[in-house]
Design a protein around this ligand. Structure first.
Ligand SMILES: *Cc1c(COP(=O)(O)O)cnc(C)c1O
Ligand code: SF4
Length: 337
């Protein structure tokens, strides 16, 4: 479903909303898979799944501070489809297409109609770039969504990266396990099995996205021995309360997925409705400490605009005087002070 008419025919928006949805779709690609459409509660104004994927007229307004390249990928891109910010790891973006288009996407100007997939020559050049830099130990496939590539193409890229002697680990970031779980089949799982470890980072923001079909897809990945991580974006109106985050992280751990990062939302254009303050984010993360297992606690991070990379946002449990605060908020003197 990519147009206002298709969304209305599926009962996801009112007929009166078709024009507004098409106006957004003319600027930023819209796509909702039948699977995601099935998770959306019809008629609920504040549905957490609808909010992530259905277009909103607010996307056409740019707020102060928002920018086309919020995390500064361009400043660190030596070749098309390559972002090299840290010495030991590099991002490869073989495709700019996704199964669904998230309304909060930080690469929204590059994905969908805004971008173009890497050509065969560009992939050759990217792999040659990695091979020529033995400091690069990890190749991370992102996008776009690399899991929408055919298993044959995905397996070929992974296999060639794995064959570079200095590459020790591969990683692939994808929303497909929750957005289009039927794509996770035996051929795709086989493509992910390589001679070096392939970590799969699943992007998921709400516990309802982990429905039985997603759970089966994730189980196939886990049963194949692939280490699984999760990345979550902290989004106002989607998951900005401690109960929802606790339910999501616990569900991930039950499905053998280790929560890895909780991202503060980036300053992507037209995404103001999703943003909350860093203080609000820190208060949420603080509320989770002690309340859910350490296995369920991702690192809360922000990408510094301009291409300076990710840094953890805490919160710190050590106060300025050097005292320590426990998870229940009680103060203790610094035993090492
Ligand atoms: C996020 C990111 C990475 C991966 O960082 P980790 O902290 O290892 O997950 C690598 N390169 C770029 C350019 C990134 O933006
Ligand atoms: S799947 Fe990832 S790259 Fe694609 S629209 Fe969503 S956040 Fe952006």
């Amino acid at each position: 479903m990519r147009t206002g008419r298709a969304l209305a025919a599926a009962g996801l928006i009112d007929r009166e909303g078709i024009g507004a949805a098409d106006a957004v779709a003319a600027r930023y690609t819209v796509a909702v898979t039948p699977h995601v459409a099935g998770l959306i509660e019809r008629g609920a104004a504040d549905d957490a799944i609808a909010r992530q994927y259905l277009p909103d007229s607010g996307e056409l307004a740019r707020s102060p501070g928002e920018r086309d390249d919020p995390i500064g990928d361009d400043a660190r891109s030596p070749l098309p489809g390559v972002v090299h910010r840290y010495p030991d790891r590099v991002l490869l973006m073989p495709t700019t297409s996704c199964a669904v288009y998230c309304r909060f996407c930080f690469r929204r100007e590059r994905v969908g109609r805004g971008g173009s997939a890497m050509s065969a020559e560009q992939i050759d050049a990217a792999l040659a770039y990695v091979a020529a830099r033995p400091a690069i130990r990890e190749v991370i496939l992102t996008g776009g969504d690399p899991m929408i590539l055919s298993p044959r193409r995905l397996g070929a890229i992974l296999g060639r990266a794995a064959a570079i002697p200095s590459v020790e680990v591969l990683r692939i970031h994808s929303r497909v396990p929750v957005a289009d779980p039927a794509r996770i089949d035996r051929a795709l799982v086989a493509a992910l099995r390589q001679d070096v470890p392939v970590y799969v980072a699943i992007h998921v923001n709400h516990p309802r996205e982990l429905d039985p079909a997603a759970a089966r897809a994730i189980a196939q990945l886990a049963d194949a021995g692939l280490p699984l991580l999760a990345q979550t974006v902290l989004l106002k109106g989607v998951n900005d309360d401690a109960d929802t985050l606790a339910a999501l992280f616990r569900a991930l751990v039950r499905h053998r997925v280790r929560p890895y990062y909780l991202h503060h939302p980036d300053l992507a254009p037209g995404t103001a409705r999703f943003r909350l303050s860093i203080e609000q984010g820190q208060a949420l993360v603080r509320a989770l400490r002690g309340r859910i297992s350490g296995l369920c606690q991702p690192t809360y991070v922000i990408d510094i605009p301009g291409g300076y990379g990710k840094v953890p946002l805490g919160p710190s449990f050590r106060d300025v005087e050097g005292g320590l605060s426990d998870w229940q908020g009680n103060a203790h003197p610094d035993p090492h002070g």
